[in-house]
Design a protein around this ligand. Structure first.
Ligand code: KIV
Length: 299
């Protein structure tokens, strides 16, 4: 259930499911606010909390390789691992549009195999769209997936799956040549049929120009405020990361510290014998309640 406060400010924030056509309409809608709010999620409870808070698009990002699985890049995560997380997110989401990242290697050989892999996300995980990284060189693939009725979100600028080719994680499109290439990439992604495009680590001015030029919504991450929507990695927003975060990743909470404090408290209580207390224990004999329920904490 979306809270009243959100329903009053977010267009279409009722129980109605967010759809691809609706996101396209937002681009031209005069409704204010009409920004598209996106976040990543990788598991059931996070997806459920995000969905109930009114997030429009939940991305099962391959960033999970780094923030959840502890790898130092997004490259190692497999298709089966992505499917496993996407299924959990799907179960936790009612209203938001669920998009899954196609992991590195799952769309880099032939188009037929890429299509089969994308179909697995729809059939086995129930996601509504997939995201692929790359601009001009993904034209044929995006067109093929779209033709097969699989909505595609593009992703250009800093594409983390290209880390080895790019030589690191750097802002893209800063030179004239780089900016022109990004414009060509954006046009190609739109022409191929993508319904939205993520712009990652791109100068604000260039992101604004791409946003003005495209008919499909742009979703920025480190691309300034003029995009049609914004996305962040949820662990960055929550303060649940171990490394330094980029400057665009505003931290809204310090969940890492909250977890640490809670667990330290538990360690202390177990060690000093104050956990569990008598009231947290079951009893035998005459004082035992007849139907002492054992509730396992699933909702
Ligand atoms: O994998 C991911 O989380 C992403 C977003 C940061 C756009 O691609």
């Amino acid at each position: 259930m979306v809270p009243e406060a959100i329903m009053s400010v977010v267009p279409h924030a009722g129980n109605g499911k967010i759809t691809v056509p609706e996101l396209l309409q937002r681009k031209t809608s005069s409704l204010n606010p009409n920004k598209i709010v996106c976040l990543t999620a990788y598991d059931y409870p996070t997806a459920r909390l995000l969905d109930e808070a009114g997030v429009d698009v939940i991305l099962v990002g391959d960033s999970l390789a780094m923030v959840v699985l502890g790898y130092d890049s997004t490259l190692p995560v497999t298709l089966d691992e992505m499917l496993h997380h996407a299924r959990a997110v799907r179960r936790g989401t009612k209203r938001a549009l669920v998009v899954a990242d196609m992991p590195f290697g799952s769309y880099h050989s032939d188009t037929a195999e890429s299509l089969r892999n994308a179909v697995r996300f729809v059939k086995e995980a129930g996601v509504e769209a997939v995201k692929v990284e790359g601009g001009e060189r993904r034209l044929e693939l995006i067109a093929r997936l779209t033709e097969a009725e699989i909505p595609v979100m593009g992703h250009i600028g800093l594409t983390p799956q290209s880390v080895n080719a790019l030589g690191g994680y750097r802002v893209q499109g800063k030179t004239t040549d780089g900016a022109e290439q990004l414009l060509r990439d954006a046009r190609a992604v739109e022409a191929a049929g993508a319904f939205a495009v993520v712009l990652e680590a791109v100068p604000r001015e260039l992101a604004a120009q791409i946003t003005r030029e495209l008919r499909i919504p742009t979703i920025g991450i480190g691309a300034g405020p003029d995009c049609d929507g914004q996305i962040l990695v949820v662990h960055d927003l929550l303060g649940l990361t171990f490394d330094q975060t980029p400057k665009f990743a505003r931290k809204y909470a310090n969940v890492g510290e909250a977890i640490s404090n809670a667990v330290r408290g538990y360690c202390e209580d177990v060690r000093n014998g104050s956990f569990p207390s008598d009231s947290e224990s079951y009893h035998s004999g005459s004082s035992a309640k007849k139907d002492d329920p054992v509730k396992i904490s699933i909702c």
